[in-house]
Structures are given as structure tokens and as C-alpha cells.
Design a protein around this ligand. Sequence first.
Ligand SMILES: Cc1cc2nc3c(=O)[nH]c(=O)nc-3n(C[C@H](O)[C@H](O)[C@H](O)COP(=O)(O)OP(=O)(O)OC[C@H]3O[C@@H](n4cnc5c(N)ncnc54)[C@H](O)[C@@H]3O)c2cc1C
Length: 269
Amino acid sequence: MEYIAPRTLDEAYRALEADEARCLAGGQSLVAMMNLGLVAPSRLVSLRRIDALRGIAVQPDGGVRIGAMTTHAEIASLASSAAGPALLAKAARVVAYPAVRAWGTIGGSVAHADPSADYPVALVAADAMIEIGSTSGTRLVAAQDFFRGFFETALARAEIVTAVHVPAGPEGAGAAYAKLSLVVGDFAIVSVAAIASGKAQLAVGGYGPKPIRLTGVDVADSALLAAGQALAAATDPPGDHRASAAYRRRVVPELIRRAARAASTGPPA
Ligand SMILES: Cc1cc2nc3c(=O)[nH]c(=O)nc-3n(C[C@H](O)[C@H](O)[C@H](O)COP(=O)(O)OP(=O)(O)OC[C@H]3O[C@@H](n4cnc5c(N)ncnc54)[C@H](O)[C@@H]3O)c2cc1C
């Protein structure tokens, strides 16, 4: 297997055109998949030396552009009173544990698209856009269209996630992320990301092949529980080694209520 570490995006795009070439970001998922024999890249293209993929740029309206190689730890330390960026920071704080947060990147997590991961659900709730680059240029895809299914995204061959764009969110809105897992640091059984200012916009993760979006939900307890019960009745969540489908249906209304109620208290003073 060949390993290369280009310094520019153009070099990386060209290097990815080889058959079975793969990006290497933090290696937290890819190396595990290689160890298990699930993937066998012919070439690893490390993104680590590409400065253009680093950093968080705060926009004039309070939204952020987060470079793909930004680590979970860096996002966790983002202090913002704007709901969208605050939601991403809250999700980053409950990804795994410190060692994984120090190495894992948002670009790697987004490209990997684990249905139980924390960023996809937060990005869909925040109406974020995924920035994708290739030799043909750059395109932006809405998060809700980017995540297409079980570990499946809108990325084409030799494309790189270069950044995510997270809008500020409604003026005065709050954000919250509720994650239920077997133990602290594990992937979610079910998680709910919420932004609320009067009405809530939500996404539910761990509950199907990709995040499920709910918008315009009233933040009264009864309305939130009813929305969760309607979702449970209308969907067919997975059963796996973490929890049964019935358990996921049972907990989703209360997680929706908790996330939306917490978000509805508004931004930090
Ligand atoms: C023990 C453990 C616990 C974990 N717990 C959680 C958790 O609770 N919540 C959670 O959300 N995640 C969890 N993770 C996953 C973690 O967040 C990973 O960091 C993340 O899934 C992958 O990021 P990475 O930078 O390590 O990517 P890598 O492992 O390097 O790459 C992952 C995949 O994405 C591709 N890729 C990487 N970067 C790009 C890019 N910019 N453009 C295109 N393709 C790219 C790679 O080719 C590969 O296919 C856990 C991981 C471990 C090891």
C-alpha cells in the first residue's frame, strides 16, 4: 500500500484518482476498518499537511465555516452564542472520549456517515451545507441531501469534503443535543439535535440509515411528545447490538422533548 501526504488540494484530488485510493484524515474509523479487513486501499492520501482544510472561520452573521481537518476537540472548544455553531460544539463534546476527539476530524466523520455518529444529526438540524471539492471545482450540498443512507453519502469518487458551513440559526434561538448511549463515549443508541426559538427544528440520529429531520414543532411538552410518538409509529428503526427497534421507539419521544425543551431556553447569556 502506498502512502502519500500532499500539501495542496489539487495534488490530493489527482492522487485520489488512482483505483482504490482513499483519504486518510484522523484514521479513527479508517484504520479500524483496515484492521478488520473491511477495506484495503491501494493508496492512502493523507490530508494532514493541507493547510486549506484547517481552521474555523466565523462569518459576519455568526455562522461558521469549519475546515474538514478540524478535530472534534477543536470544535468542542468553540464558544458561540449562535445556535448552529453552538449545536455543533455540543455534539463534538460527546463524541467518544479525549483520545478520539484529539485525532478524529469533522470531514472524516461526515464522509464516513455512520448513522449513529453525532455530527450528521447536528448538521441536518442546523441546516448546514457540506462543501465538496474535486478537480472539477467546489460544490455545496445541503446536509440533509448529503447523507443518503447507511454509510452512504453524496460524495463521488475522488471528491474530498473540504469544509462544512453551519449557519448561525434564528436570532435568539438556543441549541441542545440529547444523546442516549450504553456508556459515556459510545456511539448513540438514539440522539436528537435541536434548535428552537418558539418552534423547534430537530433531527433524530441512530434511528435509521440517515438523520430524520422534523421542522416547525411546537415546544410544549405535549406537542414534542406527540411528535416523537408520531415518528415512532411511522418509522421502522433498526435493532442492533446496542438496542432493539422497540427500545428506540420507546425512548425517542422523551429524547425529542428533552432536546427541544433545553434548546427553547435560548442562547447562553
Ligand atoms: C473508540 C471510538 C469511539 C467513537 N465514538 C464515536 C462517537 O461517540 N460519536 C461519533 O460521532 N463518532 C465516534 N467515533 C468515530 C470518530 O468520530 C471518527 O473520528 C470519525 O468517524 C472519522 O473521522 P477521522 O478523521 O478519524 O476519519 P478517518 O478514519 O481518517 O476516515 C474515515 C472515512 O472518511 C474518509 N475521509 C476522511 N476524511 C475525508 C474527507 N475530508 N473527504 C472525503 N473523505 C474523507 C476516509 O477515506 C474514510 O473512508 C468513534 C471512534 C472510535 C475509534
